[in-house]
Design a protein around this ligand. Structure first.
Ligand SMILES: N[C@@H](CCC(=O)N[C@@H](CS)C(=O)NCC(=O)O)C(=O)O
Length: 205
């Protein structure tokens, strides 16, 4: 029986990280999904009531308390199962969390770019700002490709989940980026991890 409620949207890559972790750790039955639609200019009243930032994911626990953002939720859920932790303890912890943070930075920039092109009126757009966000994405991908492929490939944990969800989101929102051609190592890695049941089950339509 579900004891927790996750504010959810199938296209949200931050929500997807949580869903992938739930699948990987066998906890999907414990969480009911509350579908919402929201943007910064059209917030969801239900989400705002539980998270004043108005963002998803937010997770309501059985006692009514609410956790956000995705990093906190992943940490909490990773403490609720008995398998191998997906946020490692010990010396690997800080490096893996730093890689996860870089994957989140790709997502932050990509979500802002989505709002910029999809929501902001054309006469209010600022090309230099858009280019700056795009540069963040490309620098981060180049770093993963150049310096971190073996590390990322070593286990499917918080860092790998974050990167996989970021690449999936780029496929959805930035197909013109052509990241597979530019970063063939990441493309090879992603081709494998995208087959995992957790990634297949959470694929945005
Ligand atoms: N740092 C947050 C970012 C979450 C986020 O940006 N979520 C987007 C959906 S993908 C959102 O709720 N946007 C609505 C808004 O910014 O008002 C996290 O890791 O959960």
């Amino acid at each position: 029986m579900s004891t927790m409620t996750l504010f959810h949207s199938p296209a949200s890559p931050f929500v997807r990280k949580v869903m992938v972790l739930l699948h990987e750790t066998g906890q999907t039955d414990r969480v009911a999904l509350h579908e919402v639609q929201l943007t910064p200019v059209a917030p969801s009243a239900a989400v705002v009531a539980d998270n004043p930032a108005g963002k998803i994911p937010a997770l309501r626990l059985a006692d009514g308390s609410v956790l956000h953002d995705s990093r906190v939720i992943l940490d909490y859920l990773d403490n609720q199962h008995v398998g191998e932790p997906l946020i490692p303890a010990g010396s690997a912890r800080w490096r893996r969390l730093t890689l996860a943070s870089l994957a989140d930075a790709i997502l932050d920039a990509a979500v802002l770019l989505r709002y910029e092109t999809f929501l902001r009126p054309e006469d209010k757009r600022w090309d230099a700002w858009t280019a700056g966000q795009q540069d963040k994405i490309e620098r981060a991908l180049a770093y993963f490709e150049r310096d971190c492929l073996a590390e990322i490939d070593s286990r499917f944990d918080v860092a790998a989940i974050g990167l996989a969800c970021a690449l999936g989101y780029l496929d959805l929102r930035q197909p013109q980026l052509g990241w597979r051609e530019r970063f063939p190592g990441l493309a090879g890695w992603y081709a494998d991890v995208a087959q995992r049941p957790s990634m297949q089950a959470t694929q945005p339509k």
